[in-house]
Design a protein around this ligand. Structure first.
Ligand code: 2BA
Length: 109
């Protein structure tokens, strides 16, 4: 068994959970925050059999989109300073960042 942890954008979450459900994959949705943008994203935990990992990865890939986001860089002083007006820079946020972990045991009590 494997645990798939997928960090996805909030906008893609509902569609992804629905498609996973239609294919009989259970998921748990966790509210998370990206360390770089400091904005909300969603982490899905999906437990599945080894033989289904590729199928789940394909569903994630098909339902998560790359998006460009503008981000204001922090000032050289490390915070917002009146005299420093930073130019926002474009950052491409990926469709999904996915970790596949081996599961030693799985219980439901
Ligand atoms: P954030 O950390 O908010 O990062 C959002 C996007 O900002 C990243 O998209 C990347 O394109 C860019 N970025 C991140 N760090 C950067 C840096 N030091 N300099 C310039 N640009 C930077 P993604 O790579 O698609 O990541 C989307 C979200 O996935 C991340 O949100 C984070 O929550 C998670 N993530 C990505 N890699 C991870 C990892 N190795 N471990 C844990 N979480 C990860």
């Amino acid at each position: 068994m494997k645990l798939i942890m997928a960090v996805v954008q909030d906008k893609d979450t509902n569609r992804l959970i629905n498609v996973l459900g239609e294919e009989n994959f259970q998921s748990t949705k966790l509210a998370s925050t990206g360390g770089f943008l400091k904005e909300g994203n969603t982490t899905l935990m999906i437990g599945c059999e080894d033989g289904n990992v590729d199928k789940v990865l394909k569903i994630i890939k098909d339902n998560c989109s790359n998006r460009e986001q503008m981000v204001a860089p922090i000032s050289p002083m490390g915070g917002n300073v009146d005299s420093y007006i930073p130019n926002p820079v474009k950052v491409e946020v990926g469709g999904a960042t996915v970790f596949v972990l081996p599961i030693e045991s799985f219980y439901q009590f």
